[in-house]
Design a protein around this ligand. Structure first.
Ligand code: DGL
Length: 277
């Protein structure tokens, strides 16, 4: 394959379901020339309450599927999969792989003034200790305070983005972190940027909210540039193949949700049998 052909290949993005669309959206915004193949594991979501072994097995199956689609790089959009599976996947993957945790940790270290950083995520992400590990790798003296917020994912999926119930749950989850006087908070789960307003209201203006999706897309762009893989051809307007969506179940529900997040009409999402990979 020529370098030009390689540059024109899509980026693979995957998540346990719909949440990773917040990462795909950033990639679309920051790199409009790129094609994307997105896989959402809607049959096996959530990953956040599953074991390391299960999340690793699922992630490896998805990587095999994406490689079959001939992607030039893979973005692990899911925080839980980045925490549990990325170190294994990146070892033997023939294309560059990037997760969301390292970029999120770096941004938080840059943002904090008092060295007290809060991290919120799924139970698995918090349990893994990956955010504190990366933060301490850059800033050994930083204080990292973590809190699992398992109800946020179903609240977002129920569409309760702006709702008194979500405000109340957020107040309960975030009270301890506020008592610890954090000045920076990492939204360490794909769904949380969608309730950013609520979280921001609860923690107040003095706390900087870090959305790892933004930084992940930026880091991916740097990586593709370094390797000479950045797409240089702008796909024709409305080119149907620029963004392709695959799921393991519930394609119509995915499509409806995707259309509320992504600013381009999602034409369709195709169901595949991920278990065969
Ligand atoms: N995508 C997951 C994450 O970012 C949240 C949903 C789930 O638990 O699968 O950790």
């Amino acid at each position: 394959m020529t370098k030009e052909e390689e540059r024109a290949l899509p980026i693979g993005v995957f998540d346990s379901g719909i949440g990773g669309l917040t990462v795909a959206r950033e990639i679309m915004r920051q790199m409009p020339n790129e094609k994307i193949v997105y896989f959402g594991d809607t049959a096996r979501v959530p990953y956040g309450s599953k074991s390391r072994d299960t999340v690793l097995k699922y992630s490896q199956q998805i990587v095999r599927f994406l490689l079959e689609q001939k992607v030039k790089a893979i973005a692990v959009a899911c925080n839980t999969a980045s925490a549990y599976a990325l170190p294994v996947i990146e070892k033997d993957c023939p294309v560059p792989v990037i997760g969301v945790i390292r970029p999120g940790a770096r941004t938080a270290v840059d943002a904090t003034r008092n060295g007290r950083i809060g991290v919120i995520g799924t139970e698995a992400t918090v349990e893994s200790g990956t955010y504190p590990e990366f933060i301490h790798g850059i800033a050994p003296m930083a204080q990292v305070l973590s809190r699992a917020c398992p109800l946020f994912v179903p609240l977002v999926e129920e569409g309760l983005w702006e709702d008194p119930v979500t405000d109340e749950i957020a107040r309960r989850y975030l009270a301890e972190l506020m008592d610890e006087e954090i000045d920076t908070l990492i939204l360490g789960c794909t769904h949380y940027p969608l309730i950013r307003e609520t979280i921001g209201r609860v923690v107040g203006d003095e706390v900087t909210l870090v959305n790892p999706a933004y930084e992940t897309a930026r880091t991916l762009q740097e990586l593709l540039t370094e390797r000479g893989l950045l797409a240089d051809h702008h796909p024709a307007l409305g080119e149907v193949t620029q963004y392709q969506f695959f799921v393991s179940d519930m394609a119509e529900k995915f499509r409806r949700f995707a259309n509320s997040i992504i600013p381009y009409g999602i034409l369709s999402a195709k169901v595949i049998n991920i278990e065969k990979y």
